[in-house]
Design a protein around this ligand. Structure first.
Ligand code: KG4
Ligand code: ZN
Length: 373
């Protein structure tokens, strides 16, 4: 019978405190995940007045939320925690003060000799029910979490869709979040090469900055999407403004979004009466065009059997739809996680932890703000 591994995932790299319990099986050949618990405490309301994430506020909130979330898990499914085999905690990339809260929390759960502060006593009380000696602790890479979240899509359930995970490679993976825009060529679940990345702003960052120009609240991505949907109901569904698509046609697989963002700024300065919905839709279209164009060009060039999309910006419906259609056109399979696994969560960290653990690759258990992929 397939050996099952119960994993507690911990995520505190930015403005979401998240804990999850995931049951993994199948190994690297046919990984499968059953999500037993997925808790996310969002700090959006706390950071919103500042128009972005404030690292020290994030740290304070993580410290407050972590024991609360753990208690919730204990109360609802005590027996589950009692049989945790592995703890996976995000070690980077992200905000270092925020990352440390998760790492120290994970250490407190596994390390009996940790000095006890008051907050830790609460954690320890909860932790006392864990089989300390048997629990392994691994560091997880947040970007690998996003990357592997394609395994969490209903449609991508490997057994339903394809006979073996090998059949989906080579694959082109696009990771688009608030901090990153990365294009990878995946040869297997554990071997990949970075083809390109953003040279300036990340795609999500551009959405957030343009949203701010339009006086929309943080985080801007979903707000731009909502506004663009209003435009979509009119005569010019994708917007009327022809914003530039920087680097779309150059030879590299890199991206650039700062020029696009600046064009929006100048457009708003020169057209104070511009329709916000039109600006949002036109900007969104320009950003998506570049992302899709380069991803598909890479897929064609490397004969990809599939295309994967992940990260916060992958929650954008138009991006999902456009990339899916384009992938289909070239005969590639398309994988995107279910909506709830696009934004930061601890399920994807548990998944990344499982794979790192199987690979026997080890990340240092220390905050690494600039950790790459
Ligand atoms: O992956 P994520 O939750 O956090 C990071 O690791 O950065 O991504 C957050 C980013 C934000 O910039 C947010 O504006 C963007 O994802 N985002 C979206 C949408 N939902 C979130 N961008 C475009 N459309 C959306 N629906
Ligand atoms: Zn993220």
């Amino acid at each position: 019978m397939d050996k099952k591994t119960r994993i507690l995932g911990i995520e505190t790299s930015c403005d979401e405190t998240a804990l999850a319990i995931v049951e993994a099986s199948g190994g690297l050949k046919n990984p499968k995940f059953k999500i037993l618990k997925n808790l996310v405490a969002s700090q959006i309301k706390i950071h919103r007045p500042f128009g972005g994430v404030v690292p020290n506020l994030a740290k304070r909130e993580h410290l407050k939320n972590l024991p609360i979330l753990l208690k919730k898990i204990l109360h609802s499914k005590f027996y589950i925690l009692n049989s945790v085999d592995l703890i996976a905690v995000t070690v980077g990339p992200g905000l270092e003060p925020a990352l440390w809260t998760g790492i120290n929390f994970a250490k407190a759960l596994t390390d009996a000799d940790h000095t006890q502060t008051n907050a830790e006593k609460i954690r320890r009380k909860s932790a006392s029910s864990l089989r300390k000696s048997a629990i392994k602790l691994v560091g997880a890479n947040h970007l690998e979490g996003h990357l592997y979240s394609f395994l969490l899509s209903q449609k991508s359930r490997i057994t339903h869709h394809i006979s073996s995970i090998k059949d989906i490679f080579p694959a082109i993976a696009l990771i688009v979040s608030g901090g990153h825009t990365i294009l990878l060529l995946m040869r297997s679940l554990t071997k990949w090469k970075k083809l390109g990345e953003t040279r300036d702003d990340a795609a999500g960052e551009a959405f957030d900055k343009v949203a701010r120009m339009l006086r929309l609240p943080y985080p801007g991505g979903p707000e731009i999407e909502k506004l663009a949907l209003r435009q979509a109901q009119g005569k010019h569904p994708r917007g009327t403004i022809n914003f530039p698509r920087p680097m779309m046609h150059d030879k590299s697989f890199d991206f650039s979004f700062s020029g696009l963002k600046t064009s929006v700024l100048y457009y708003l300065r020169d057209n104070p009466k511009a329709k916000k919905a039109d600006v949002a839709a036109s900007f969104q279209k320009a950003a998506i065009d570049t992302l899709v164009y380069k991803t598909i060009r890479a897929a064609k060039e490397f004969g990809a059997k599939s295309v994967m999309l992940s990260g916060g910006v992958a929650a954008n419906k138009l991006l999902r739809k456009t990339l899916k259609t384009a992938a289909k056109k070239i005969g590639a399979k398309f994988f995107v996680p279910d909506f709830k696994y696009n934004l930061d969560n601890a399920v994807m960290i548990a998944v990344a932890g499982y794979i790192v653990h199987l690979r026997k690759k080890r990340y240092k258990l220390a905050a690494q703000g600039d950790l790459g992929i």
